[in-house]
Design a protein around this ligand. Structure first.
Ligand code: FAD
Length: 415
């Protein structure tokens, strides 16, 4: 063991209850560890906000495994060590002339941890980050090494795994030729122009403080060869200087804006590697609803806008394309993701999360698996058509419940 994973998650609101923490240096060491443990969970970079990744047994980080990045130009894929951060993978890929189609708001998260929770970026045409996964290698409950790819009928159930099916050691991702992006921040978008804004560019994010009927900022990330938005674009005005999404936070933490072209991995995330993403002192919740009901869902939240605003740092709206992954929040439906960066006070935030969930309930919301939510298990299960199939997969691959957590037991009770 070289080192141990951190004792707490990034936000500091979860202290892991693991009795032992490990950082193996080889896959064989990891296999022995998994085979010999009765209760074990993998941890990535700890950027989740709930106890999904917690265990009372062994907590294992893959950050000590060799940081391999193997490009296969013929197949159009790259196979990476699962514990690597997206930012590290991106730098290597760009150097070789390749890119990933999309990234989340921060490059600091591990590939395996992000994929396991269905982490997403934005863009009407882009699936979440898990949709780029072409194959997985994982250590299963008995310590065996299993490789699965899209040809395997279980694969669609194994990508967004919630860490419950094994410890993922290598991930193969689809790549595309590298490309440049320009990022423009526009201010004061009228609420009824939201769909037009989302459709206007490669990746678009809208930020609101829920204090007015307008969107305070739109971050429009467009391919560099596309023309810039006109001066009167959708009734907005240009931000005169670099912005942070959270009012009062330093804009230098953010990726360059003002239309300055740069490589995909330095524009698609909002935050720069090496700087604190978001605000740091925060909690996050997020709900995905189908695009067809998105307007009604946002209107339903208007009734609790004052309560939201009172504990909010910023709300971000993004679009994600539909996919076929069983536990993906975007399974079978093009989605609007309604994200809340709350203040870092769980006691104040929890009742507002409950109020938001009550208002969203008629719209079959699917929570971000790695963020703060309290939706009852029955309603979450009902929102996932392949829920029963995932439970069967859990029973098949982890019959003794080695990778289970309290949160998993609540949402996927053993039969
Ligand atoms: C500032 C900030 C910004 C964020 N922005 C976004 C965003 O833009 N979009 C979005 O969707 N989410 C976002 N998130 C949430 C974040 O992307 C997810 O919570 C993601 O899962 C974190 O990845 P991680 O590597 O930190 O995983 P962890 O939090 O460490 O783990 C998450 C889950 O993955 C499992 N896991 C980790 N590694 C492995 C492995 N090797 N094998 C099997 N299972 C594993 C864990 O057991 C756990 O269940 C953000 C979070 C923060 C703090």
């Amino acid at each position: 063991m070289i080192d141990t994973p951190a004792a707490r998650n990034w936000a500091g609101n979860v202290r892991y209850s693991a009795r032992r923490r490990h950082r193996p240096a080889t896959v064989d060491e990891l296999r022995r560890l998994v085979a010999g443990s009765d209760r074990i969970r993998a941890v990535g970079t700890g950027h989740s906000f709930n106890r999904l990744g917690d265990t009372t047994g062994d907590l294992v980080s893959l950050a000590g495994l060799p940081p391999t990045v193997d490009l296969d130009p013929e197949r159009g894929t790259v196979t990476v060590a699962a514990g690597l951060r997206y930012g590290d993978v991106a730098t290597r890929l760009h150097g070789d002339g390749y890119a990933l189609a999309n990234l989340a708001s921060l490059p600091h998260i591990s590939v395996a941890g992000a994929v396991a929770t269905g982490t997403h970026g934005s863009g009407d045409a882009h699936g979440n980050l898990a949709t780029a996964v072409a194959a997985l290698e994982l250590v299963t409950a008995d310590g065996d090494l299993l490789t699965v790819d899209r040809a395997d009928e279980r694969f669609a159930g194994m990508v967004v795994s919630l860490g419950a099916l094994g410890v993922v050691t290598r991930v193969t991702l689809d790549v595309v030729p590298t490309f440049d992006v320009r990022q423009y921040v526009r201010l004061d978008l009228p609420g009824d122009a939201l769909d037009a804004a989302f459709a206007s560019a490669y990746s678009v994010s809208a930020f609101t403080g829920w204090r007015t009927g307008r969107i305070d900022q739109v971050w429009r990330k467009q391919r560099a060869d596309q023309p810039p938005p006109p001066a009167d674009w959708l009734g907005t005005r240009s931000a005169p200087a670099q912005r942070h999404p959270v009012p009062g936070m330093p804009a230098e933490n953010c990726t360059p804006q003002l239309g300055v072209p740069g490589p995909w991995h330095e524009r698609l995330p909002h935050f720069r590697l090496g700087f604190t993403p978001s605000s740091g002192d925060e909690l996050q919740s997020e709900y995905h609803v189908a695009r067809e009901v998105a307007g009604d869902a946002l209107a339903a939240l208007d009734a609790v806008a004052d309560r939201i605003a009172a504990v909010l740092q910023v709300c971000e709206l993004r679009t994600v394309a539909a996919d076929g992954l069983w536990l993906s929040p975007n399974h079978g439906r093009d989605s609007l993701a309604i994200h809340f960066t709350w203040i870092g006070d769980e006691v104040a935030v929890r009742p507002v999360v409950a109020a938001v969930e009550e208002r969203l309930a008629p719209f079959a919301p699917r929570p971000h698996w790695g963020k703060v939510f309290g939706l009852d298990p029955a309603s979450v299960a009902a929102a996932y058509p392949r829920y029963a199939d995932f439970r069967a997969l859990l029973a098949e691959l982890d019959p003794a419940g080695k990778f289970r957590t309290e949160l998993l037991d609540r949402h996927f009770p053993r039969s």
